[in-house]
Design a protein around this ligand. Structure first.
Ligand code: SF4
Length: 346
């Protein structure tokens, strides 16, 4: 029986060089293959044209390239693109290309499904099947970079980890993927153009700060009152706001990187004056800004976007208190590609 072939992209450059040396070839052959895999995003050994036929056959006998496949691409009337991405084991995740006049942002997934249970989020209804590997995250980014070049004539400019899954629950693989995205032998992107958005896992926010990461941090806050936050994000009962706040203060002290709070205002849930006051207080602990995000209903009728009047009051009071606030309109609603809508429905 043939031994199970290994995913070649799990190997570091040095491990690839060693593989060739052990098989009686030159170490630099490992560099060539590494370049094919990461810089040229090769999908097959056959396409590695500067290798001999024997070498390609030897690679084929020992390894596989578990590349993702964009199964379906949907385009929104506002230019947003949603990719349904099939993984080697036939599971599917989604990623989104969001164009503006000057930027192309990729919103990528980090897990198949999600282990958390935010009540307003479509992904929470999918059981968490597994974490994505670093290369599966990297491939989503490459696919969107290619689409950006093809449809918008420019490379991808920004990445947000805001697709399916809680990125900090897949900590090591997300960081490995970011290493590859930012390294010159990968896409060479600046970490300042990457934002990891978490629902707020205090221990791992501290770990990121200790690990000296250079990307930006966003937190899906949605309420600065424990009782309310727990009612819509039940894990808040374990990771309370005071723990979160302490971790964010630690993050800022170590990284000096301003935090973004993602915040949706829902009718009857967090649209009162006391909710705004609590948010203003929460923002005082570390330099931060607030993104008020338009909500996209997920057809259960429970969560409804608050009135414009309530949102205007948020903006006025935050600004009066010197807090930078942006109201973000949703993109790709017609193809279920907007924030909180990713649920493999297509
Ligand atoms: S909002 Fe994020 S963390 Fe919460 S269930 Fe959805 S994907 Fe998971």
């Amino acid at each position: 029986m043939q031994a199970k072939r290994k995913d070649i992209r799990a190997l570091t450059r040095d491990q690839l060089r060693d593989f060739f040396v052990k098989n009686g070839d030159k170490a630099f052959r490992g560099n060539q293959v590494y370049e094919w895999l990461w810089q040229k995003a090769a999908h097959s050994f056959e396409g590695m044209t500067n290798l001999s036929k024997d070498t390609r056959e030897m690679l084929e006998a020992n390894f596989v390239i578990n590349h993702i496949k964009v199964d379906q691409m949907q385009r929104s009337s506002d230019g947003t693109i949603k990719n349904a991405v099939r993984l080697h084991d036939d599971l599917v995740v989604e990623s989104v290309l969001i164009p503006t006049k000057t930027r192309t942002t990729a919103c990528v997934s980090s897990q198949v499904g999600c282990s958390l249970d935010c009540l307003f989020c479509a992904t929470s209804r999918l059981k968490r099947m597994r974490n994505l590997n670093p290369d599966e995250i990297y491939d989503q980014v490459v696919a969107i970079d290619n689409e950006s070049r093809l449809y918008f004539d420019r490379p991808l400019s920004n990445i947000v980890f805001m697709g399916m899954g809680e990125p900090l629950m897949n900590y090591n693989n997300v960081l490995k993927a970011i290493d590859k995205i930012t390294s010159p032998e990968g896409l060479g992107m600046s970490p300042k153009r990457i934002t990891v958005s978490t629902s707020g896992v205090p221990k791992l926010i501290r770990k990121m700060a200790d690990d000296g990461v250079k990307f930006k941090l966003a937190v899906s806050l949605h309420s600065a009152i424990d009782e309310i936050r727990t009612s819509i994000m039940p894990f808040n009962a374990t990771f309370t706001l005071s723990d979160l706040r302490a971790a964010l203060v630690y993050w800022y002290e170590k990284t000096k990187s301003r935090i973004t709070y993602e915040y949706v205002v829902w009718e009857g849930i967090n649209d009162k004056r006391k909710d705004i006051d609590a948010l203003i207080d929460f923002c005082r602990f570390a330099p931060s800004k607030v993104n008020l995000i338009e909500y996209n209903p997920i057809d259960d009728g429970v969560f409804q976007q608050a009135s414009n009047k309530a949102i205007d009051l948020y903006v006025d009071l935050l600004e009066e208190n010197g807090i930078v606030v942006t109201v973000r309109r949703s993109r790709g609603k017609d193809i279920d590609a907007a924030c909180g809508q990713l649920a493999n429905k297509s």
